[in-house]
Design a binder for this molecule. Structure first.
Ligand SMILES: NC(=O)c1ccc[n+]([C@@H]2O[C@H](COP(=O)([O-])OP(=O)(O)OC[C@H]3O[C@@H](n4cnc5c(N)ncnc54)[C@H](OP(=O)(O)O)[C@@H]3O)[C@@H](O)[C@H]2O)c1
Length: 120
């Protein structure tokens, strides 16, 4: 299981290198999955939204971040319900994950950065 981020799919202004490494993890996961096709190894990419952890100062009390227990429960539920999934996406990350596919990428990036408490 690899761990990327919603920020692999929409950039947060204050963390450019982080965004880039997460986009790289997404593509690494896609590529490894192709390479390992036909083997016993499955590649599953976990794409967290903002979750209240010690990742950054103030993140554990960030009102826009998901409580850790809720995130873990939803992830475990998804893994149980979708044993063949290639990407594990809790509902709230889909806003970031599918902006480009939905056609609202520009608004997604604007909203993400407007809500970011680190940017102000
Ligand atoms: N929280 C979010 O909002 C969020 C959103 C999207 C993606 N993610 C991703 O989720 C993953 C876990 O982050 P988290 O939110 O759970 O943050 P966290 O609570 O800060 O946990 C980070 C973990 O990484 C370990 N670590 C840090 N630097 C390391 C190093 N150089 N070598 C080995 N281990 C190291 C830390 O170990 P120690 O405890 O020993 O320091 C800690 O266990 C990360 O890949 C993060 O990018 C998090």
């Amino acid at each position: 299981m690899t761990v990327s981020s919603g920020l692999a799919f929409a950039p947060l202004r204050v963390t450019p290198t982080y965004n880039a490494t997460k986009a790289a993890i997404h593509m690494l996961s896609e590529s490894l999955r192709l390479q390992l096709e036909g083997s016993t190894v499955r590649v599953v990419e976990l794409e967290p939204p903002a979750v209240r952890t010690a990742l950054m100062p103030g993140h554990e009390t960030n009102e826009f971040a998901m409580p850790l227990d809720d995130f873990v429960s939803e992830v475990i539920g998804l893994i149980d319900a979708q044993p063949g999934a290639t990407e594990i996406q809790v509902e709230s990350v889909k806003f970031l994950r599918y902006g480009e596919a939905r056609g609202d990428y520009t608004q997604v990036v604007a909203t993400l950065n407007r809500l970011d408490p680190h940017a102000h």
